[in-house]
Ligand binder design. Structure first.
Ligand code: ADP
Length: 410
């Protein structure tokens, strides 16, 4: 690939190809004035090009960088400040795989050992005009995103503090309205009661909104604080379903965890499906889906089951509720999205629940989805990798060893 870039910068002096020379000159001006760092390596990973922005970002001069192996200049560190090896290094990965790699979670060490939060894209290239396949390499484009990340975290921090601060007065208002409506603590006439009831409903909605906003701001931190353990999917689903029995029966709905049964109705020995996940988060995800199923079902019921494809375990929640119009389905997991029609208008909500649980599921390598028959019911599902028996045994041993080391403070 060296040839491609040397051509780019040398041809501008060639008088025989004025058009090519002008094109090369234009490219050089773009590369030299762009604010993103641009570097190019050949197929061996040797630096061939290092633009002024790359110099400013890394602190290395172009003449020092040129002809060096990229490892000497591009030293990356992960979120825990550990130097990343070639298996994680975006340049090494792109050169090895021939596929473009983009990362925003790494820091780059500058010549003065400062760590810069960068966004980097490495695009492998092959010189199409050259028959020799080794004439390849990669273009590296990178920029400093520290200010951008700081802005975002300040914004998140603001929403989180504001929601937290507002929750307390809202809870107080809700409490006093409750007392006002309780004949044991206050006497009010029927008209005042109807006003108080409306205010009470609205304050409950507001409280829920602040709680959901708070949860959304926390969702990115959750990944770092996951408490992963081996979970028997069927047992967990049965136990989570049970927590909602009261809610379902209050609405006159049937709610059941469906064990697979023999034809004669006798429970068969259930196969155990093991996943490696955070039980608390699983509870949030599946609980939210079941709660929605009850909320959006007027009659009939909700059935929860666990299915396995061998490599993935799927938790499935089917309801006989209002269903979701096909045009709304693709948007359901977006922030604040609510289906707005006569079936749902009366039912309160924030449109944050599904957005939140999708993020929670993805944090644990899960996928979430829905199929719905409008007017007849919906089926929401969430699935995770299933561990084989051997994998589960190995994981259990690993966890046991970790716990022992922790208890010895090692
Ligand atoms: P909300 O707080 O509004 O319930 P969610 O994010 O949990 O927010 O859900 C988003 C929207 O998806 C809801 O407003 C509702 O219209 C629709 N929805 C979710 N679950 C169901 C369901 N089981 N049946 C029908 N509609 C549903």
């Amino acid at each position: 690939m060296g040839a491609i870039f040397s051509k780019l910068f040398q041809d501008k002096n060639a008088t025989t190809q004025p058009k090519a020379a002008i094109d090369a000159l234009k490219s050089e001006i773009v590369i030299n004035t762009i604010s993103d760092g641009i570097a190019c390596v050949d197929e061996r990973g040797i630096l061939q090009l290092f633009n002024p922005a790359a110099v400013a970002l890394t602190g290395w001069s172009a003449s020092d960088a040129k002809d060096l192996d990229f490892h000497s200049i591009f030293k990356f560190f992960d979120a825990t400040d550990h130097a990343v090896g070639d298996d994680q290094n975006p340049i090494a990965t792109a050169l090895r795989s021939g596929v473009a790699v983009e990362r925003r979670d790494l820091t780059l060490e500058t010549s003065s050992k400062k760590h810069l939060q960068v966004s980097i894209k490495v695009t492998p290239i092959v010189d199409a005009n050259n028959q020799n396949a080794t004439e390849s390499g990669a273009v590296i484009v990178f920029r400093d995103i520290s200010a951008e990340l700081k802005d975002r975290s300040e914004q998140t921090e603001f929403i989180s503090t504001a929601s937290h601060e507002m929750r307390t007065p809202v809870a107080i208002i809700e409490g006093y309205l409750g007392m006002l409506m309780n004949p044991a603590t206050a006497t009010i006439d029927a008209r005042a009661m109807s006003y108080a009831e409306k205010a009470h409903e609205a304050s409950k909605r507001l409280g829920r909104l602040f709680q959901d906003l708070l949860d959304v701001t926390k969702v990115d931190d959750v990944r770092e604080h996951l408490e992963l353990s081996l979970i028997d999917a069927g047992a967990a689903a049965a136990q989570i379903t049970d927590q909602f029995q009261m809610k379902a029966s209050e609405k006159g709905l049937k709610l059941a965890y469906m064990n697979q049964q023999n034809g004669d109705g006798i429970k068969s020995l259930q196969p155990v499906h093991i996943i490696y996940a955070d039980l608390y988060q699983l509870n949030e995800i599946l609980g939210n889906i079941i709660e929605n199923a009850i909320k959006y079902t007027k009659q009939g019921g909700v059935a929860v089951s666990v299915e396995s494809t061998g490599s993935r375990v799927r938790f499935v929640v089917r309801d006989t509720g209002v269903g979701i119009p096909a045009e709304d389905v693709p948007h359901l997991f977006q922030k604040f999205y609510r289906v707005d029609n006569s079936d749902t208008r009366e039912i309160g909500g924030t449109g944050l629940g599904l957005y939140l649980i999708k993020k929670l599921a993805e944090n644990m390598g899960g996928t979430i989805g829905v199929e719905s028959d409008y007017g007849h019911g919906s089926t929401f599902w969430v699935e995770f990798n299933e561990l084989t028996r051997d994998q589960a045994v190995l994981k259990a041993q690993e966890l046991k060893k970790k716990a022992e080391l922790n208890s010895l403070n090692l």
